[in-house]
Design a protein around this ligand. Structure first.
Ligand SMILES: NC(=O)c1ccc[n+]([C@@H]2O[C@H](COP(=O)([O-])OP(=O)(O)OC[C@H]3O[C@@H](n4cnc5c(N)ncnc54)[C@H](O)[C@@H]3O)[C@@H](O)[C@H]2O)c1
Length: 442
C-alpha cells in the first residue's frame, strides 16, 4: 500500500503578475491542498501584496527568478531538499524556456504558462529538459480544464453522436482587449513575445486537437494580417497627437485609453485591465501617469505593434476530418469562443457557457449549462491548478491528461500554421516537424 503525502504541496511562484496571482489564489482558498512558500518578482508593491496575502517568510521573497534559483541551489546543497515541491512559471513568454530549463534541472515539478516558449528551438529544448528531469509538467492550456470544455469532451468521447467530422471555432478577442494586449501591451510585438496566433490561441489549437484525437493534424493552411492598427488608419482629425490624453478626437475613438483605463478607475473599478498598468493598486494619479508616459497611453495607430489582428487557420486531420478556425480582434464579445462541432449523427453548438447537443436520429436537442466556480476561462484556471497540485501530490502526470510531448506537438501545429500564413502555402505537418527536428536537433 502506498502512502501519499497529506501535507499541502508547496509552491514557488515565479512572476507574481496577473496569472501568478490567479493560480496562487487556489492556495488561499484551499490551504489544506497547497501553500505558496516562495516568490520572485521585481515589482516591490506586487511582492508586498503577495507577502501579506500568503504570509510569506521574507527570506523566501526574491526580486528575480535567478535569485530564487540560487537560493534553491544552496538549500539543495545544504539540506538535500528543494525550497518547494513545484514552481509556477508565470513570467512573460520569452522567459519561459530559460526558467523551466533551470528549475527542471533542480528537480522541481513545473506548471508553465502558455505558450511553452516563443521559438521552435526553445520548445524542443523544453520538451527534452522536462523529459530528462522526469518531473510533473503542466501547461497553461486552461481551456482543457474548464467545466464547459470537459462536458463537451465527455459528449465527444461517449461516441453518442458518431464520428467528429468537422469543427468550426471562433475566438472573438474583443476590440478593446485586443488593443490592450496586442497593440499597446505585452503581446504587441512579435520580437518581444511571439506572433498572435501563438500568444492568444495556442490553447484553442490544443483543445481542437484534443477533441479530434487520436487523429493528428496532417495539413494546415492559414491567412491573416494586421489590418487596422497601423499609422495609415489614424483618423486625420487626430492630427499630431500620439497619446489619447492629448488627442482632440479621443471621445470618438473606441480604443481611447481614457475610456479603457481612466474612466473605469474614476468609477472605482480598479481591476483589470487598469491593474495591469501599475505596480500596486490603480488610482487616478498612477493611471494618469501611466497614460502620459507608458505604452498604454499611446494612440493605437502610433504604437510599435506588428502582430496580426485577424487570422484564419484550416486544419485537415489524418482521418480526413477538418477544422476551420478564426481569431479576430473586432468583436464586442470578449474571449467567449463560439464552437460548432459536426458529427456523423449529430452536432454540438456552444459558446463557452452553454452548449446544445442535437441527435439527428431522434431530432432531440438538449441544452447543457455546466456549472463553473467563477474562476476565469469558465473555471479552467482553477481546474488547471487544482489538477496540477493533485498530479504533483500523487506523482501522476496522467491526471493532467497531457504531457510535454503532446504540448510540443500542439505548438508545432501552431508554428506550421504561421509558416503557411507567411509563405502562402499549405504545410504538411509531418514534413514540417521532420524538417524542424533535422535542422534544430543536431
Ligand atoms: N493561460 C492563459 O489563458 C493566459 C492568459 C494570460 C496570460 N498568459 C501567460 O501568462 C504569462 C504571464 O502573463 P501575465 O498576464 O500574468 O503577465 P504579468 O506582466 O501580469 O506578470 C508577469 C510578472 O513577471 C514579473 N517578472 C518580470 N521579470 C521577472 C524576473 N526576472 N523574475 C521574476 N519575475 C519577473 C513581472 O514583474 C510581472 O509581475 C505570460 O506568458 C502570458 O502569455 C496566459
Amino acid at each position: 500500500m502506498t502512502f501519499l503525502p497529506n501535507d499541502p504541496t508547496t509552491l514557488a511562484v515565479i512572476g507574481c503578475g496577473q496569472r501568478g496571482t490567479t493560480y496562487a489564489e487556489y492556495a488561499l482558498d484551499y490551504p489544506q491542498k497547497c501553500k505558496v512558500v516562495a516568490i520572485a518578482d521585481p515589482r516591490p508593491k506586487t511582492r508586498d501584496l503577495f507577502v501579506r496575502n500568503h504570509t510569506l517568510d521574507r527570506t523566501l521573497v526574491f526580486s528575480t527568478w535567478e535569485e530564487l534559483l540560487k537560493a534553491s541551489a544552496e538549500t539543495i546543497k545544504i539540506t538535500g531538499k528543494r525550497l518547494a515541491d513545484a514552481v509556477i512559471v508565470t513570467v512573460q513568454d520569452h522567459m519561459h524556456c530559460e526558467v523551466v530549463l533551470a528549475f527542471a534541472a533542480q528537480g522541481y515539478h513545473i506548471l508553465c504558462e502558455k505558450p511553452m516558449a516563443t521559438s521552435l528551438q526553445d520548445c524542443l529544448d523544453m520538451e527534452k529538459a522536462v523529459k530528462n528531469a522526469g518531473i510533473i509538467f503542466g501547461i497553461g492550456h486552461v481551456l482543457r480544464y474548464s467545466s464547459y470544455n470537459m462536458a463537451v469532451t465527455k459528449v465527444i468521447r461517449s461516441g453518442q453522436l458518431g464520428n467528429l467530422i468537422n469543427a468550426v471555432h471562433i475566438v472573438p478577442v474583443g476590440y478593446f482587449p485586443f488593443a490592450h494586449s496586442f497593440v499597446r501591451g505585452n503581446w504587441k510585438k512579435e520580437s518581444e513575445s511571439c506572433f498572435s496566433l501563438m500568444t492568444k490561441c495556442c490553447h484553442d489549437i490544443d483543445i481542437l486537437c484534443h477533441w479530434l484525437s487520436p487523429a493528428t493534424p496532417a495539413r494546415v493552411s492559414s491567412f491573416g494580417s494586421l489590418q487596422h492598427f497601423r499609422e495609415e488608419q489614424k483618423p486625420p482629425a487626430a492630427g499630431a497627437a500620439t497619446r489619447c490624453l492629448e488627442c482632440p478626437v479621443e471621445q470618438d475613438c473606441p480604443y481611447s485609453a481614457k475610456k479603457i483605463y481612466l474612466e473605469p478607475v474614476s468609477r472605482g473599478n480598479i481591476g483589470r485591465p487598469a491593474s495591469n498598468l501599475v505596480d500596486g493598486i490603480p488610482d487616478i494619479e498612477n493611471i494618469t501617469d501611466a497614460l502620459q508616459n507608458g505604452p498604454y497611453g499611446r494612440c493605437v495607430y502610433e504604437s510599435d505593434n506588428d502582430v496580426c489582428d485577424h487570422q484564419v487557420v484550416n486544419i485537415e486531420y489524418s482521418t480526413g476530418a477538418t477544422v476551420s478556425f478564426t481569431m479576430v480582434a473586432y468583436s464586442s464579445m470578449i474571449w467567449d469562443r463560439q464552437t460548432r462541432l459536426h458529427f456523423t449523427h449529430g452536432e454540438i453548438v456552444g459558446d463557452m457557457s452553454n452548449f446544445t447537443v442535437t441527435d439527428f436520429r431522434t431530432g432531440c436537442t438538449t441544452t447543457h449549462s455546466p456549472k463553473t466556480d467563477g474562476s476565469h476561462h469558465g473555471g479552467g484556471d482553477l481546474g488547471l491548478i487544482r489538477t496540477f497540485v493533485e498530479a504533483v501530490r500523487t506523482s501522476n502526470q496522467g491526471l493532467l491528461d497531457t504531457d510535454v510531448s503532446e504540448v510540443l506537438k500542439g505548438h508545432l501545429t501552431v508554428f506550421a500554421a504561421e509558416t503557411s500564413r507567411r509563405e502562402g502555402r499549405v504545410v504538411d505537418c509531418a514534413m514540417f516537424e521532420e524538417a524542424v527536428r533535422a535542422k534544430l536537433e543536431m
